[in-house]
Design a protein around this ligand. Structure first.
Ligand code: FES
Length: 107
C-alpha cells in the first residue's frame, strides 16, 4: 500500500541538484531533473555511499564515494544491467514534494 511522505518543499531542491533526506527513518535521495523530481534509496548498493550527495548530470547521479552511476528515474546502474537500485514514486502537491516510501511491488 502506498505511503506518501512529504520530504521537502519544491524550493529545497533546485533544478540539477540532489538532496539527502530522511523519510520516516529511511534515507532518501531526491533529484530535480529540469523540474521533474525523482527519488532513490539514498544508500548506494555498492558500499553505502550517500547518493543524495552525488553529482547530478542530466538524469544520472554519480555516487561521491567510488563513482557508480545510476539513472535517477529507474535506478538502473549504468555499467551493470543486473544492478537496479530501489527507486520511489514522487509527486508534487502544491509546494510539497512527496515520496511513496512503500510502493506496491509489481503494481
Ligand atoms: S559506495 Fe557508491 S560507488 Fe561505492
Amino acid at each position: 500500500m502506498p505511503k506518501w511522505v512529504r520530504v521537502a518543499a519544491t524550493t529545497d531542491c533546485p533544478h540539477g541538484e540532489s538532496r539527502e533526506l530522511v523519510a520516516e527513518g529511511r534515507i532518501v535521495a531526491l533529484y530535480n531533473v529540469e523540474g521533474d523530481y525523482f527519488a532513490l534509496d539514498g544508500v548506494c548498493p555498492h558500499q553505502g555511499g550517500p547518493l543524495g550527495k552525488g553529482v547530478l548530470t542530466g538524469c544520472l547521479v554519480t555516487c561521491p564515494w567510488h563513482g557508480w552511476q545510476f539513472d535517477v528515474a529507474t535506478g538502473q546502474h549504468q555499467a551493470s544491467q543486473s544492478v537496479v537500485h530501489t527507486s520511489f514514486p514522487v509527486r508534487v502537491d502544491g509546494v510539497d514534494v512527496l515520496v511513496d516510501i512503500e510502493p506496491d511491488v509489481g503494481a
